[in-house]
Design a protein. Sequence first.
Length: 311
Amino acid sequence: FADQRVLVVGDFWLDRYVSGDAQHISPEASVPVLRMVAREERGGGCGSVAAHLSAIDLKATCCGIVGRDEAGDRLTDLLTKAGARTDGLLRVADRSTAVKTRLVGLAQHRHPQQLLRVDEEDAAQPTDDDLNALCEAAEKQIGDADLVCIQDGGLGTVTEAVAQRIIAAAQAAGKIVLVDPATRSDFGRYRGASVLTPNRKEFLRATGHDNEDADTFDVPAKQLRVDLNLKWLVVTLDRDGILVVDEADRVMHVPTRARAVYDNAGAGDAVLAALAAALAAGGSLEQAAQVANFAGGLEVEQFGNVPVSKS
């Protein structure tokens, strides 16, 4: 990895962690009382992908839609401090920046355990004008990028029209474009991408396959790659590693080694960033899958979404 530039397009939000000691049950209701001792904020969604890229010395350029509010200011500041470019972020006055707050209890005052997550999201979808402006900003940056990542967090930024426009622009510029899909989306919106990276649950939903055993995934995986006109399909399978289908319909199973899974938050972001980094650096699909497997494994050993450094 040597300063390759990756364009990151999609949903950005602010992740907030409020930690404290859960010492007793409230007399008002049967819920723990959290005495706050710490508060931390990190970039979420595409912001997390950008942070992972920066942690392994790549240059991330961010394109998304956030509010002209305090949370948007904080998110932009975090991304800038991480080394990412934020001039592609649209700051809109009539939209609030999404915030996902996790209330974390410290068992025995040391071991964090998530108690509850509170999501603050704008109910209204981005306007057509905002989405068009986003696409224009991304198209201006594609020529300077070594690779393009689209991360669909399900907040309405990555519509079918947006996805197809970014994919077409990347193809025209001869750039690889990776897509991390939203769980509840129609995968048809990502048609023509170079790489699609669903997890096990998303893969099963998209294919209608009813067997969770990864050994039965080869046939539906090959069919999904063909149906969506993908160059490659990369399915992340948690404890079973990663399944890869290449352009010649060859299937590779990249195994993982046993790890102590502490928290799976951010694993998909780590995998997407590592895949992008390895491919941007000229690695093969199999090499990229191996690097991504390592990154995902290291991520789940940590609490919360923490960028995996190059070291």
